[in-house]
Design a protein around this ligand. Structure first.
Ligand code: 5GP
Length: 189
């Protein structure tokens, strides 16, 4: 059976990876988005089952114990994980899958599934990242500082990724991302 391509995208909070992935998926068909499970509360406008599956800690730990998560991590005091069944089913059916997950999760995936393609989105510099995080009306001041500290750690891990793409210009970053995916798709043919 043909196997799909597993794309794992990470990058610090505020780098714009959500927008980049959305734009990429508007231009490339045949990629399924893996909806993660999280214990964090929904933010305004987020839809259960589309942005995340919002669950309580008991349900999350049950999934963990029953081996229903392909990877999981604690990020900013909440738990996040990738449901195994959806990803494995799509890949086995030959369809491509996108995971938008943090560095800890991406490294777990790369270890378990070495043929996964990992992409790290990097900000042009820390000042720019801070500006973008502060521009998010939803984030409190201490949350911004915490996220900047975590971003510094995430940036130190970018050399472990297959590709690092700098988001200095949104459109050209998406163009480069699409080139990467097309190239990796081509290798599997
Ligand atoms: P947010 O709460 O801002 O939506 O996400 C916080 C961080 O958790 C982001 O870096 C996001 O990519 C990451 N994340 C989302 N889903 C998962 C997941 O299933 N596993 C892991 N390891 N990280 C995730």
């Amino acid at each position: 059976m043909s196997k799909g391509l597993l794309i794992v995208a990470s990058g610090p909070s505020g780098v714009g990876k959500g927008t980049i992935n959305r734009m990429m998926m508007e231009r490339l068909s045949g990629i399924g988005y893996s909806v993660s499970v999280t214990t964090r509360s929904p933010r305004g406008g987020e839809v259960n089952g589309k942005d995340y599956f919002f669950v309580d800690k008991v349900a999350f730990f049950n999934m963990m114990n029953e081996d229903k998560l392909l990877e999981y991590a604690e990020v900013f005091g909440n738990y996040y994980g990738t449901p195994r069944e959806y990803v494995e089913g799509e890949l086995a059916a030959g369809r491509d899958v996108l995971l938008e997950i943090d560095v800890q999760g991406a490294l777990q995936i790369k270890e378990k599934i070495p043929e996964a393609v990992t992409v790290f989105f990097s900000p042009p510099n820390m000042d720019e990242l801070e500006k973008r995080l502060r521009g998010r009306a939803t984030e409190e001041d201490d949350v911004v500082i915490r996220r900047l500290m975590d971003a510094a750690w995430e940036l130190s891990q970018q050399n472990k990724y297959d590709y690092v793409l700098t988001n200095d210009d949104l459109n050209s970053c998406v163009d480069k991302y699409i080139e990467v995916i097309k190239k990796e798709r081509g290798k599997r043919k």
